[in-house]
Each structure stands twice: as structure tokens, then as C-alpha cells.
Design a protein around this ligand. Structure first.
Ligand code: NAD
Ligand code: ZN
Length: 375
């Protein structure tokens, strides 16, 4: 009797305990101007043998450029140039994995992604699917990956998404746009060389950088905020302000934005994003609008939720003369609006972070549609 009672009490205590995330971090990172040239030395001890290559997935914007010639190829290593014009798809990941399996009798020594969020996400997903059977869409979700991935390295060439630190790879699948969130997704090594971001166009620099800014605002204004997320979020926000509103050199700006991206990613890793991301997902799903610009298109209309953040955003936009497209949603059918709204409302944790547990009473389908109609 006594024993059972004790056990009962213990069980209650256990179920009431908060289930804290045990979040994996990137175990190795190198930072600095020109650090890319150390890649050969970094990869050398990870080479299993001469038949197990390194596969470099590289944004095709670098095809024929100096950076491609600096990739430290050895033995049967291979560079695969990939366009970042469209966001990564599960079918693309599956095709790459099949190609690598057919071409090599051995598992590669590693996969290296060189580019923005698109190429880094592809590298993460390919490294997972090389060791886990089936198609990549089967792993979209939370903690569905069973086996450790192949060693994988992320090398950002544009700053903002935080994909270099996150435990997810966002993929567009046949049924949904969703990440493979797992402990095996996180990179084993990241190379942060600010010089690699030099060729980015001004608009893209703004849109991808604002992804980081919006990560900070949504994390810092969210109900999931805690000291861990706050410490990273505040630093990232300070760096974004220096980059987009301060008066610093281009070189310093590249370095600071790279670190802002890292810290912004760490901040949301232990909290969550909010309204802009939830709505941007709907925009991306129905219209194929890309992550960075989608967030900006939505964020400009979110004064009600993030008054200070939106005011800062507009100041940054004006300072850099960024003119965003208009009328994106002007010709949508009612059915398309309904899909957009339902994709967005399905992002429960994002809404809960933004508006609290009673978010359903605050944000209705009509209200969401009214905001979408402004875009
Ligand atoms: P991107 O990889 O889509 O690239 C954007 C554009 O910039 C492309 O045209 C690309 O060719 C170009 N580019 C990149 N580096 C360049 C350089 N140095 N010089 C010239 N051009 C360059 O951009 P992104 O905004 O970094 O990534 C968006 C993707 O990241 C989306 O697919 C999104 O879903 C994903 N994402 C992932 C996470 C995550 O945690 N895994 C987080 C946020 C976003
Ligand atoms: Zn984002």
C-alpha cells in the first residue's frame, strides 16, 4: 500500500516535470577571414580511405569562380553544382542520394555544403539519407531519423538563416513543407569565413539578413523566451542593428552579420519563431515565395504584434532603399487564401510562442486573410 502510494506520488512528480530540450550544438567551428583555406586540413583526418570521397554540394553561383578552384579535392572527390533558385525538395535529395550510391561502392567520407540555407539544408539532408533507408519525405517531422548521418560540413556563403547551427533541414515534400528535425541533422563542422559572402546582391543580403533580425524579434518577444534564448537573441539583435543601421566598414559588417546569424539560430533553437514565420510558411507553400523575402513581406504588416520590431525593420529598409514587391496576393482565389491560412494556422508552436496558449482566440482565419490581402 505504502509502496504503491509512494510510486503514485513519484509518477505525478515525473509527469509534471518540464521536459527540457537536450539540444545538439555544432561540435566544431572555425571562424575568420580566409579560414576556408584550412578546409583541406580539416577534412584530411575525416577521410576514411581513398575510395571514400568527399562530395561537395556547391551553389552554382560559384561555378567557374575562384572559390570553386579553392575546394580541396583529393582522390575521387566530386563537386556537384546545384542551383539555389528553388528551395530544396525531398525529390531532389532522393535523386542526389541515389546518384551518389550508384557512383560509389563506398559511403562517402563526408558531405560538404557550400552556399546559403538552400545548399546547407541539402547537404544535411543528403548526409542523413545516405545512412537511413527510404525516401527523405519519410523523415520530415521530429526525431524520425534512427541512424547517425554521414560526417557533414556546412559552409555559409550568405548570412542570416542560422541553418549553419540548427538541428533541422527544411524540405518541400509531396505533401508538406517541413524540416527533418533530428539530433543527426546538425553539422559536425562549420566553416565561417566572412569573405565568402562578398558577392551577395544587396536585395538578397537584406532579405536573408532580415531572416536573422526576425528570428531575434520573434524569439525575444515570444512567450517561450528563457535566459538561454535571450542571451543569444539580444546579442544577435545588437549585431543586426550595427550591420543595418550603424556606420561600419563592409568587412566588419560581413563578420558581424555572420555572427548575428549564428546567435539568432541559437536563440530560436531554444525558443521558437513567431507570427512572421507562421505566415511566411503559408506564402511559401501556396506561391513558392522564398523564406527570406516571404518573412519580410509579412513582417512589414505586423505592427500589431511587434510594434518596435516593425518600426526598426522599416528604418533598415529605408536606409538601404529596399523596395519590396507589392500585390503578391492580389489575384488569389478564395481557395488559395484558405490553403494559405490553414498552412499557417497549422504551425501551432509558433503561434503559441507568439501569442500564448490561448492564441486561437486572438488569431482567426479572417484576421490572417486580412493581413495576407495587404501583401
Ligand atoms: P539561398 O541559399 O536560398 O540563396 C539565396 C540566393 O543567394 C541564391 O540566388 C544564391 O545563389 C545566392 N547566393 C548565396 N551566396 C552567394 C554569394 N556569396 N554570392 C552571390 N550569390 C550568393 O539563401 P538563404 O536565404 O540563405 O536560404 C534560404 C533557404 O534556407 C530556404 O530554403 C529556407 O527554407 C532555408 N532555411 C533553413 C533554416 C534551417 O534552420 N535549416 C532556417 C532558415 C531558412
Ligand atoms: Zn527564418
Amino acid at each position: 500500500m505504502e509502496f504503491n502510494k509512494d510510486l503514485g506520488i513519484q509518477q505525478v512528480a515525473f509527469t509534471e516535470k518540464t521536459n527540457y530540450k537536450n539540444f545538439p550544438m555544432v561540435p566544431r567551428v572555425i571562424f575568420g577571414k580566409g579560414s576556408f583555406d584550412q578546409l583541406g586540413d580539416i577534412l584530411l583526418p575525416k577521410r576514411k580511405h581513398s575510395d571514400a570521397p568527399f562530395i561537395f554540394l556547391v551553389d552554382d553561383v560559384f561555378e567557374g569562380k575562384e572559390l570553386a578552384n579553392r575546394i580541396p579535392l583529393l582522390f575521387n572527390d566530386q563537386i556537384i553544382f546545384i542551383s539555389a533558385d528553388e528551395e530544396p525538395k525531398t525529390s531532389q535529395v532522393d535523386a542526389l542520394v541515389e546518384m551518389i550510391r550508384k557512383e560509389y561502392s563506398e559511403l562517402p567520407s563526408g558531405i560538404v555544403g557550400i552556399g546559403g540555407g538552400t545548399l546547407m539544408d541539402l547537404a544535411k539532408a543528403v548526409s542523413i539519407l545516405l545512412t537511413n533507408r527510404g525516401g527523405s519525405s519519410e523523415y520530415q517531422g521530429w526525431d524520425l531519423v534512427n541512424k547517425p548521418s554521414v560526417y557533414h560540413v556546412g559552409i555559409p556563403t550568405i548570412s542570416g538563416t542560422g541553418a549553419e547551427v540548427s538541428r533541422t533541414t527544411v524540405l518541400l515534400g509531396p505533401e508538406k513543407k517541413l524540416g527533418i528535425n533530428s539530433d543527426f541533422t546538425t553539422f559536425d563542422q562549420v566553416v565561417l569565413d566572412p569573405d565568402l559572402t562578398q558577392g551577395v546582391s544587396k536585395e538578397q543580403w537584406f532579405y536573408t539578413g532580415m531572416d536573422c533580425f526576425i528570428h531575434c524579434i520573434e524569439s525575444l518577444d515570444g512567450t517561450y523566451l528563457n535566459a538561454f534564448s535571450q542571451s543569444y537573441g539580444e546579442k544577435a539583435l545588437e549585431l543586426c542593428k550595427e550591420v543595418y543601421l550603424g556606420d561600419i566598414s563592409e568587412e566588419e559588417s560581413r563578420e558581424k552579420l555572420m555572427m548575428a546569424s549564428w546567435h539568432g539560430g541559437m536563440s530560436i533553437a531554444y525558443s521558437q519563431v513567431g507570427v512572421a514565420h507562421a505566415m511566411s510558411y503559408g506564402l511559401g507553400y501556396v506561391l513558392g515565395v522564398r523564406h527570406g523575402i516571404g518573412n519580410c513581406l509579412v513582417f512589414q504588416h505586423l505592427q500589431e504584434f511587434y510594434p518596435e520590431g516593425v518600426a526598426l525593420f522599416k528604418e533598415m529598409q529605408n536606409k538601404h532603399g529596399i523596395i519590396m514587391p507589392k500585390g503578391i496576393c492580389s489575384n488569389l482565389s478564395d481557395e488559395q487564401f484558405d490553403i494559405m491560412v490553414s498552412v499557417s494556422l497549422a504551425m501551432g508552436p509558433l503561434w503559441e510562442n507568439a501569442l500564448g496558449t490561448s492564441w486561437r482566440e486572438i488569431i482567426t482565419a479572417e484576421k490572417l486573410q486580412a493581413i495576407y490581402r495587404k501583401i
